[in-house]
Ligand binder design. Structure first.
Ligand code: CU
Length: 151
């Protein structure tokens, strides 16, 4: 009886392999500087990643109030409008409008010497899609932006 139950459970597993596929967390890192730059213009997420853990380092020395940086991901067409709305959101909200549906993921704002990270599911992205990442600290999107590709 016990063997039969084991066999039945095993056949369920075999019948639905997708439901038991392992999660694959893919890690990305990017540096930001006192010169208002990111060190990468392009980030690539492989198509089999189920989630992304993005780590942002601020390798400069200036405080967040003067040269704060975050990492915000949106569709390319949404980047500038979302950055505009982030201006009035204030640094207390990391210059991201609260509940902004255009923002796929974002970190908090950090200053020199600090590190932060954000994890988000790739279910928010389309295979073959290209998205824009940027810093939403006022004025920084002009220099601090790049492309994230998925798949
Ligand atoms: Cu910035």
């Amino acid at each position: 009886m016990k063997i039969l139950r084991t066999l039945a459970a095993l056949s369920l597993v075999l019948a639905a392999p997708g439901a038991f596929a392992a999660d694959k967390v893919c890690k990305l890192e990017i540096n930001s500087t006192d010169q208002m730059t990111f060190d990468k213009k392009e980030l690539v997420v492989a198509g089999d990643c189920t989630s992304v853990e993005l780590t942002l380092h601020h390798v400069g020395k200036m405080p967040a109030a003067a040269m704060g940086h975050n990492w915000v991901l949106t569709k390319t067409a949404d980047a500038q409008p979302a950055a505009n709305d982030g201006l009035s959101a204030g640094i207390a909200n990391d210059h991201v409008k609260k509940g902004d549906p255009r923002v796929i993921a974002h970190t908090k704002i950090i200053g020199g010497g600090q590190t932060t990270s954000v994890t988000f599911p790739t279910s928010a992205l389309q295979k073959g899609g290209a998205y824009t990442f940027f810093c939403s600290f006022p004025g920084h999107i002009a220099l601090m932006k790049g492309t994230l590709k998925f798949g």
